[in-house]
Design a protein around this ligand. Structure first.
Ligand code: SAH
Length: 223
């Protein structure tokens, strides 16, 4: 991170005690970044307030989000960084990101590799992605990616909406209580793609409130 000019590191629930002399020794001249790192309990806490969240993955899943490569991702980051905070999320060395963590992202970034083997070491993946960010920052050419002309709501507000959406869909009998996940995944993907702003999310929340109200009335009618 440091050689490529990045400094803000969040660590999500590190397994080993933190900070540790081993980590400090491995960080060498990058130790200042490690010392300033923010430790949080879960990914949502790490990305809270971010207008753009990019998850890096070696795997391309069955229900993929839009996937981009590090070069295009870097252009987007540079285009949006003046507007809002941007998070680039890396997974665990052994198991990567969980599906749940992947679902919190707007885009996935995949480093193109050989067909035979896709998985880089974590540190190497960080290097490739941060190198592209640095190159994009050095480039004097105006970026071709236009920043969005709206302010996307941060992930924690969207999570709140998704919880309400699930409760509402269960309430009105639209969601199968035994298997709510599949449909919720698709709906999440739809909303993540749109990255609604405050106004839009208020409207969506209003629709849920009105739906619940009407559902309550109908139940009363039937009683
Ligand atoms: N078995 C894990 C591999 C984890 S590699 C998996 O399949 O997800 C550790 C981390 O390095 C990943 O979570 C990701 O953040 C990054 N990484 C490794 N290879 C990558 C690739 N080809 N493209 C993008 N990120 C990669």
């Amino acid at each position: 991170m440091k050689v490529m000019g990045l400094s803000r590191l969040f660590l999500v629930a590190p397994e080993a005690p933190f900070p540790s002399s081993r980590a400090t020794a491995m960080a060498t001249s990058g130790d200042d970044i490690l010392q300033k790192a923010t430790v949080v309990d879960d990914m949502l806490a790490a990305i809270s307030g971010c207008g753009l969240v990019l998850g890096t993955t070696a795997r391309l899943r069955s229900l993929p989000l839009p996937v981009t490569d590090p070069r295009k991702a870097a252009e987007r980051v540079l285009a949006e960084a003046p507007q809002h905070e941007v998070a680039i999320v890396f997974g665990r060395e052994n198991s990567g990101l969980t599906n749940e963590e992947t679902r919190l992202c707007h885009y996935l970034v995949n480093i193109p590799t050989s067909e035979e083997y896709h998985s880089l070491n974590l540190a190497q993946a960080v290097q490739v992605v941060t190198y592209e960010l640095h190159m994009a920052a050095l480039s004097e050419l105006p970026g071709e990616v236009a920043p969005p002309d709206w302010v996307p709501e941060p992930p924690e507000r969207l999570e709140f909406y998704f919880q309400r959406l699930q409760r509402t869909l269960l309430e009105i009998g639209f969601l199968n209580p035994d298997q709510p996940k599949r449909l919720m995944q698709r709906l999440r993907r739809l909303y993540q793609r749109a990255r609604p702003d405050e106004n839009e999310l208020n409207i969506l929340n209003g629709i849920l409130s009105a739906t619940l109200e009407r559902a309550g009335e109908r139940e009363d009618d039937g009683a």
